[in-house]
Write a new protein. Structure first.
Length: 130
């Protein structure tokens, strides 16, 4: 079971690492989208959230400082879902569906992130960093 938990952590955390790295690889495009959504300091927001996702994902994969990783991921998912995927404010049906999908995906991810708080630490097969 420990190995299944590790595989799940790698998949789950890997999703966030991938998303965080995409913030840096597409910083220009993401900045424009963030600006369009009315987020203040859009470039800084993209860079900061990229760091939050990457570090939070690494925490999940490694099992190192999991409460910090959980805080980073929840701290990303909650405001981004409300500010960036506010489907309830969108009139265009196609854009509304896309943002609704992203909002509900983020809520499911938030639920999974919060469930990690119920798992006693240190997690099995974790890397202990001092």
């Amino acid at each position: 079971m420990d190995s299944l938990f590790l595989i799940g952590r790698i998949i789950f955390g890997g999703f966030f690492i991938y998303s965080g790295l995409n913030h840096f690889l597409g910083v220009g495009m993401m900045t424009n989208y963030t600006k369009m959504k009315g987020v203040p300091l859009p470039r800084a927001a993209v860079i900061i959230t990229g760091l939050m996702l990457t570090v939070g994902g690494l925490s999940m994969v490694l099992g190192a400082y999991p409460k910090i990783g959980i805080a980073l991921l929840a701290g990303f998912l909650i405001p981004v879902s409300i500010l960036m995927h506010n489907f309830w404010k969108i009139q265009d049906p196609q854009l509304k569906v896309a943002d609704k999908v992203n909002f509900t995906k983020n809520m499911a991810l938030l639920g999974a992130v919060l469930m990690f708080l119920a798992i006693p630490t240190p997690w099995p097969l974790s890397v202990m960093l001092w």
